[in-house]
Ligand binder design. Structure first.
Ligand code: GLU
Length: 333
């Protein structure tokens, strides 16, 4: 089904509009408070912190508690305590909502997401979708080897843009964003030039679920823009999300931050760490190691120092450079 995207008609490739001031960067750490942090979460936090601190920037702590079933306030308290233990202090955000862009917990930012969704609805590029996950799985072929589900466009209106797509829509439905059959291009600080076509990688994606929950992609884009974030550091499992987010930034007229997608830290059997890997959780780390030892290990894994020797944050700041990180997809412990 042909899709016209008048807002992108001037070029075949979509590229983000760079966030202007990168001389004084604003970075953020955006944990989901579903459990205690592990070494992989610390790796992300440390590198994001070092990147902004080495250039005199600001660091924001945003709590990504969109999922009410899995998010726990106690987990947020522990995340904050663990960051303080390491010395990774933030300038804005956290539970006390310090700073001009609060609240800093996504569960309290619904009105901002609503306003952004209304603007996207007005473009006519999103539509109600009543497909269940089972419907989508049944119509998708071939299955993606990594478990990703590509939406086949079952509910997509015949003509887009359709600003009336939501008029008199009965029942519960998710809101899906129509994606263009175009390459989205961006340069990742670590992995280099990326080109992704969302219609092939994920298909039209969800902005709001049928149960009313906001999708991660929309919330992140709205929050990064509202908080003036110029640099996003996170695991490379979210590389495709960067393309989805750049497309949303274009629709909403937001600048695109710089992206650094880090190699994933994996356990000795090659599986990425999860909150269930207790031996590498913050609880176990704090029992066995000092903050300087933990920072030394992480800095060594990042390639910033030759050996995993204890080091303080202030000694590490001048040693930080993105050039030292290798573009490997994972780091095995
Ligand atoms: N909340 C996400 C996580 O904890 C991170 C999202 C992001 O950094 O964009 O994995």
């Amino acid at each position: 089904m042909p899709t016209i995207h008048p807002i992108f008609s001037s070029s075949d490739t979509i590229t983000g509009v760079p966030a202007s001031d990168t001389s004084s960067p604003i970075g953020r750490f955006a944990p989901s408070p579903t459990g205690r942090m592990h070494l992989g979460n610390l790796f992300t936090a440390l590198l994001s912190w070092l990147s902004v601190r080495s250039r005199g920037g600001r660091w924001v702590l945003r709590i990504e508690d969109l999922d009410p079933q899995r998010s726990k306030r106690e987990a947020t308290i522990l995340i904050e305590e663990d960051l303080r233990w390491l010395g990774l202090y933030w300038d804005e955000g956290g539970l006390e909502n310090r700073g001009p862009h609060g609240p800093y917990s996504q569960s309290e930012r619904h009105n901002l997401y609503e306003e952004a969704l209304d603007r996207i609805k007005a473009t006519g590029f999103c539509y109600p979708c009543s497909c269940s996950r089972a419907d989508i799985l049944a119509t998708q072929a071939p299955h993606q080897s990594d478990g990703r589900v590509i939406y086949g466009g079952h509910c997509r209106p015949a003509h887009l843009p359709d600003p009336n797509a939501f008029q008199a829509q009965p029942g519960r439905y998710a809101v899906r964003l129509n994606v263009p059959d175009r390459e989205i291009e961006f340069c990742d600080i670590i992995s280099g030039r990326q080109r992704m076509n969302l219609s092939k990688e994920c298909g039209d994606f969800i902005l709001r679920r049928a149960d009313g929950a906001w999708a991660y992609q929309l919330a992140v884009v709205v929050d990064d823009a509202a908080m003036g974030v110029t640099e996003v550091v996170r695991g490379n499992d979210l590389l495709l999300s960067a393309a989805q987010q750049i497309y949303l930034q274009q629709l909403l007229g937001y600048p695109t931050p710089r992206y650094a997608h880090l190699p994933l830290i994996c356990n000795s059997s090659g599986q990425r760490l999860s909150k269930r890997d207790h031996s590498l959780s913050m609880e176990a780390i704090r029992e066995k190691s000092t903050p300087e030892e933990t920072i030394g290990l992480l800095a060594h894994l990042a390639g910033l120092i030759p050996e995993a020797a204890p080091i303080s944050l202030s000694e590490l700041i001048p040693l930080f450079s993105w050039d030292k990180l290798s573009p490997q997809p994972s780091i095995i412990l």
